[in-house]
Design a protein around this ligand. Structure first.
Ligand code: HEM
Length: 233
């Protein structure tokens, strides 16, 4: 069933999605305020913000497969909000760590990043998220050009992999099952992309073979339009 929302419906969908993205933050804010986050609220908050960074990252990665399977191309118009929400939760996660966990002690933070590999991996994932968030605007897509923008934004796969490795590295302290489920979901999301690429290009893309994204994303002449960027008025 093809559903194509009108511009007004799309605005309503975006507004509803935006409100939904606030719910985890509100839940944790309420938990802090009502002192209901358990015996170690700082750890609960840090972990909560970490897991929601990963959740929103995964939701962002779900957009392309869902769009392809359903034919709902308008889903692409929600991807930026989901990606930026992942970044916002990543910032809150980092903030709780720097502020409530380490009290802005630069020496302790540097030692932690150096000595605890899971922190090193998390910090790398966060650093990789920065250029993605900074180039998420329509203006950045236009100035970089569709192809360069797409190449840069492939770093999202590295962010997701590092995020899951960061989570798996905590297994001594958290239940093993959860991070394994995240790793499996990520394998499916990335595996789907590999299969799509092979289906479109064949297993060994050559110089003359167009990039895999071309038939999907560059159907229109204007690359920015293909990425869901409205034209400049
Ligand atoms: C500088 C960046 C980062 C730092 C310093 C950091 C630090 C931490 C710390 C201290 C914990 C809690 C460990 C414990 O309970 O002892 C944690 C957990 C976690 N972090 Fe990060 N992190 C960073 C970036 C990220 C990023 C980018 C992601 C996601 C892509 C992420 C996802 C998670 C997840 C999923 C957990 C475990 C949540 C749970 O236990 O349910 N972190 N991180």
């Amino acid at each position: 069933m093809t559903f194509q929302p009108t511009p007004r419906q799309l605005t309503a969908i975006k507004a509803a999605l935006f409100l939904l993205t606030l719910l985890p933050a509100l839940h944790y804010a309420h938990g802090l305020w009502s002192d209901s986050l358990g015996a170690n609220p700082i750890e609960a908050l840090t972990r909560g913000m970490g897991i929601w960074t990963l959740n929103f990252l995964f939701l962002t990665l779900c957009v392309s497969p869902l769009r392809k399977l359903s034919g709902w191309h308008w889903l692409l118009r929600l991807r930026r909000m989901l990606g930026l929400t992942a970044f916002a939760y990543g910032c809150l996660h980092l903030l709780t760590y720097l502020w409530l966990d380490q009290f802005w002690d630069v020496d302790a933070i540097a030692r932690d990043i150096w000595k605890r590999p899971f922190i090193t991996v998390g910090a790398t994932a966060f650093l990789l998220m920065l250029p993605l968030a900074l180039t998420s605007s329509h203006a950045a897509i236009r100035s970089l050009g569709g192809k360069r923008w797409q190449s840069l934004h492939r770093a999202v796969y590295a962010v997701a992999i590092l995020g899951v490795v960061h989570y798996l590295w905590l297994v001594k302290r958290v239940a093993l099952l959860d991070p394994i489920i995240y790793a499996l979901v990520l394998a499916i999301l990335l595996g789907w992309r590999v299969v799509e690429r092979i289906r479109l290009n064949g297993p060994w893309p050559t110089r003359s073979t167009p990039p895999a994204v071309q038939p999907v994303v560059f159907m229109k002449r204007d690359a920015a339009a293909a990425l869901g960027v409205p034209k400049k008025r």
